[in-house]
Design a protein around this ligand. Structure first.
Ligand code: ATP
Length: 202
């Protein structure tokens, strides 16, 4: 799947609607200090389901909402829209019936955040799985933030392995395995209860 467009509204320093077209190949973001380069990368992570405020350099998730400036009042919500080209039908099942996939995440003060995929309500987990299955996502090694290269060089083997697994496209499988294990455990305990009831009836 190809990322084709990123739209921001009220996200961090991007108070006005801002649209970026993403072309084929490697994309670099350049600009003077403080112009919002890292904010752009964070918007991309956020719309893909990032849920750790620290990854957004904040203490709470509402910190991503434009906080106001001397000439502009603060906004009440922030919204990021990511458009994907799915003409090659590479999206996972459940998302794969259209040429274009549009993911919208919106956070409103005191009301939390919500996702929409192609106009319909979606769960954070489903959006995270969509990207994990496509070997990308908020933790994707394809998004290189400042200081990340030196972190990688100094990383412990376990952390390096996670990066390799992400690149190999198997991180979605880990999440599914974890969920399957939880279901198995619940089923085993239900079976035990059924056996107890049967013993009592005999
Ligand atoms: P550098 O090259 O120095 O790393 P940068 O281009 O990556 O800078 P960012 O860190 O993305 O810049 O943006 C920093 C700017 O974003 C600061 O001016 C900061 O005040 C502004 N900013 C961050 N969060 C908010 C917010 N919630 N509301 C308004 N402005 C914000």
């Amino acid at each position: 799947m190809q990322f084709t467009k990123l739209r921001l509204l009220g996200f961090k320093s991007f108070v006005d609607p801002t649209e970026l077209l993403i072309a084929d190949g490697l994309t670099g973001v350049v600009g003077p200090n403080g112009c919002g380069k890292s904010n752009l990368l964070e918007a991309l992570r956020w719309v893909m389901g990032e849920n750790r405020p620290t990854a957004m350099r904040g203490s709470g998730m509402e910190d991503v909402i434009f906080a106001g400036a001397s000439s502009r009042p603060a906004r009440n919500y922030a919204e990021v829209t990511l458009t994907l080209d799915n003409t090659q039908r590479l999206a996972p099942a459940g998302f794969n019936d259209s040429d274009r996939i549009e993911i919208v995440r919106r956070i409103t003060r005191d009301a939390g955040s919500a996702f929409k995929v192609n106009g319909g309500d979606s769960r954070a987990r489903d959006v995270q799985m969509l990207f994990a299955d496509a070997s990308t996502g908020s933790h994707s090694p394809a998004l290189v933030r400042q200081g990340q290269i030196s972190e990688l060089i100094n990383a412990k083997p376990k952390a390096r392995r996670r990066i390799l697994e992400e690149a190999a496209g198997i991180s979605g499988l880990y999440q599914r395995r974890h969920e399957a294990e939880l279901k198995l455990r619940a089923t085993a305990s239900n079976l035990e209860r059924v056996e107890d009831v049967l013993t009592q009836l005999e």
